[in-house]
Design a protein around this ligand. Sequence first.
Ligand code: C2E
Ligand code: CA
Ligand code: CA
Ligand code: CA
Length: 277
Amino acid sequence: AKNGGKGRVCRYETTLHTRILERLQLQAALDRAITNGEFRLVYQPIVALGPGQLRGFEALVRWHHPSRGMVPPLDFIGIAEESGLIVQLGEWVLRTAVATAVTWGGAAYVSVNVSPRQFRAPGFVDLVQRALAEHGLPADRLVLEITESLVLAGRDQERIEAELEALRGAGVRIAIDDFGTGYSSLSYLHRVPVDLIKLDKSFVDTITTSVSQYELVKGIIGLAHALRLAVVAEGIETAADRELLVAAQCEYGQGYLFARPMSAEDALTWVSAVPAR
Ligand code: C2E
Ligand code: CA
Ligand code: CA
Ligand code: CA
């Protein structure tokens, strides 16, 4: 037993060592990835749940590493956030998404993920306004997805709220991403200027199997509506999910039931296939 224990410790240390090394290698590779043009954006449709009509696309980043192949965002967004590279990467994502949305001719908006560190970086509001102006995209064709942690934490809260207000004043809409996962207090919704909430997939996953989860989702949607916020449900995979969400008055949805994230080319085909609202 003693030997076995030692072996486990050894294995554990080896694993840890490997992980740290991997992380450092990934970080170094990330630094070069932007200049090497290794990132791509894919676009996932967001539809009106009742009629199923296209409303917008969420832009999602993909990293095509020369030797590792496709690295999923969950494996590098955290590292990019810690190293600060997310500011540069986020700027590339924003500009690329805005440039692509112009090709949709007003038929769909683009929804862009903004990490807390990127939002807090100096000049973020200016960057958004310049990107829109340079590409000629109307501000109401852009949604920024922010996280609950951005609007809850810390001493720069007033500045963050003023910047959100400035963006909304310019016509950009703000969505709270992964809504319901992070914090138990919902009171910030009264204070913070937002337009949409994105109901996290973990809620959607359980509504067909648990009555109490479905009641909870209905409660969240009711609360959002009382605050004049629209709701986008994430991760809709089945027709049953969709029906329950329609019955709960949820306005918009996104998920594999409608489409997986796709290339900009395929997104353009989707736009031309679906009549504008
Ligand atoms: P997210 O913002 O919650 O994005 C939704 C994720 O759910 C995406 O994963 C999407 O591909 C996936 N998804 C959509 N519909 C379904 C479904 O029906 N079933 C299942 N199982 N999954 C579905 P993805 O693309 O791997 O992105 C993961 C996360 O990485 C995102 O979660 C977001 O937090 C982050 N991320 C992606 N792109 C960016 C970016 O450009 N900037 C920043 N800051 N974060 C990003
Ligand atoms: Ca998102
Ligand atoms: Ca989300
Ligand atoms: Ca999520």
